[in-house]
Design a protein around this ligand. Structure first.
Ligand code: GLY
Ligand code: MN
Length: 483
């Protein structure tokens, strides 16, 4: 938890952004997460707090909720004090009032009063602002309290919308936009935490690289990496992606055995103890050295990663960085004889999407894909940047013009996906710009390569997060594997 003043200032800023003036501005409702049973009640998944609750209220425990009253300015934290039965099983616990004081909330109340407060606001027809929920438990809770369907609870619309459909409450567009505007730009205390998460990420990838030797099960490498995250922080920031079939972008199967000649894609990160994320990808040659063909493709991806780092700075739209990377990638692939034509024409036709069917990067913070549940278009796009329908660019999660304090990933990749290559060929998507003959005779069993760093946009450019960088050039990776 940060200092009390951090949470007080965040809630004050949020209230200012949400208060349109005198009158009935309504309330903002925050739902923390509840325990989630894994296989029976009492045997729960490891608890993870709801990210915006954590951001505004700091309390990293189940069963809390909060209300900000935009008219009275009251900030009430709801939760239950423990009774003797709880104390027997959990030991003595700090009171809710004391927890509220630690994050600067001026009022606290039992959990059941939360329901009463929401029902009271509903009865007087007040605006009730809330964020779209990520957990079904909270979706159902709001759905019941507000008398709307679970689908309505997850839909984001203006709290000022006309009531033509008879549905009164949706998640609030005004609140979503206000929260995004705050969480997108990281404070120094958050950057410090992300740096810590990146250090854990460095340690986990170093462990993986040292473990990646012929004959070792992939599962063992995953276990060793994930052990690092628990020993140094909260745990993984997402399910580890580790596979010798890196052409499958999010491959969570770890049933292979490390085999010389293969490439191992490892996309993995950690959460610091305060839940800030890191997210790194490296691709290793399983036998310790890249083949000449692997090295050719690897060096293009490494160049693309470096190019994004050099271009990312305030005022530049990350969409344009994605497009510059696409151009560099196509130029490299042209050098290998896999595509033909003018690079500008290939970029315009979206040919890079055949090789990189994902975006260059995403925002990162308390969520590894930061705030994705608030709506990818609202987080990564704005009036200035609209989403493209093209494969690859269309999957770009962060297109905005960069400002200091943005934390984004830089993760280009080149993949050879046999099914996608066949589809493009059958449908003529490439407009004659792809050399299918070479691709299909030489690259169908290549796999994929992705290289990812985490960037902080600074006043005049960007810096890579974390105090040390994982080896990334093909020469440095080979040297590190032999060490
Ligand atoms: N690290 C997984 C992703 O960015 O999608
Ligand atoms: Mn990522």
């Amino acid at each position: 938890m940060f200092d009390r003043d951090v949470y007080v200032a965040r809630r004050r800023t949020l209230m200012e952004k949400m208060s349109a003036g005198a009158g009935d501005n309504g309330i903002i409702v925050f739902l923390g997460n509840a325990e989630a049973p894994q296989n029976y009640r009492g045997n729960d998944y490891k608890f993870r707090q709801e990210s915006s609750f954590l951001y505004y209220w700091g309390i990293d425990e189940p069963g809390f909720a909060a209300i900000l009253d935009l008219d009275s300015g009251d900030e009430c934290l709801f939760g239950d004090d423990v009774d003797i039965d709880d104390i027997i099983w959990m030991g003595p616990q700090e009171s809710v009032a004391s927890k509220a004081a630690r994050v600067g909330a001026n009022v606290s109340a039992p959990a059941a009063d939360f329901d009463k407060a929401v029902l009271k606001a509903r009865a007087r027809g007040a605006k009730i602002h809330f964020l779209p929920t990520s957990r079904y438990y909270n979706t159902l809770k709001l759905s019941q309290l507000l008398g709307v369907t679970p689908e309505a609870v997850r839909k984001v619309e203006s709290a000022d919308r006309p009531l033509e459909d008879g549905i009164v409450y949706h998640a609030s567009l005004e609140l979503v936009k206000a929260v995004i505007s705050m969480r997108l730009v990281k404070e120094q205390c958050e950057i410090d935490e992300i740096d810590k998460a990146c250090e854990i990420g460095w340690l986990m990838h170093t462990e993986a690289r040292n473990a990646c030797r012929p004959g070792v099960p992939e599962q063992e490498i995953v276990g060793r990496m994930e052990g690092v995250t628990i020993s140094k922080g909260w745990g993984v920031s997402f399910a580890t992606i580790l596979s010798q079939h890196g052409e499958t972008l999010h491959n969570h199967r770890h049933d292979g055995i490390i085999t010389p000649g293969n490439l191992l894609v490892i996309d993995a990160g950690a959460e610091s103890n305060t839940h800030y994320a890191s997210d790194f990808t490296r691709t290793l040659p399983c036998g310790g050295k890249f083949t000449p063909k692997q090295k050719d493709v690897y060096d293009i991806v490494a160049d693309c990663n470096e190019l994004a780092f050099r271009l990312a700075k305030p005022g530049v739209a990350y969409r344009d960085v994605h497009l510059a990377v696409a151009a560099r990638m196509l130029d490299g692939l042209k050098g290998l004889g896999l595509v033909t034509g003018a690079v500008e024409d290939m970029v315009a036709e979206g040919i890079a999407g055949l090789f990189m069917p994902h975006g260059l990067g995403h925002n990162m913070g308390i969520d590894v894909h930061d705030m994705e549940d608030l709506g990818e278009d609202l987080v990564g796009y704005d009036d200035d940047q609209k989403r493209s329908p093209q494969l690859g660019l269309g999957s770009l999660r962060m297109a905005r013009r960069l400002v200091p304090g943005h934390v984004i990933t830089d993760e280009p990749g080149i993949y050879f996906v046999p099914a996608l290559i066949s589809k493009w060929k059958a449908e003529g998507t490439d407009k004659g710009m792809v050399n299918y003959q070479k691709l299909q005779s030489e690259y169908l069993d290549f796999g994929g390569i992705r290289l990812e760093d985490d960037l902080l946009i600074t006043a005049d450019g960007c810096r890579r997060l974390g105090s040390r960088r994982l080896p990334i050039t093909s020469e440095d990776v080979e040297a590190a594997m032999l060490a």
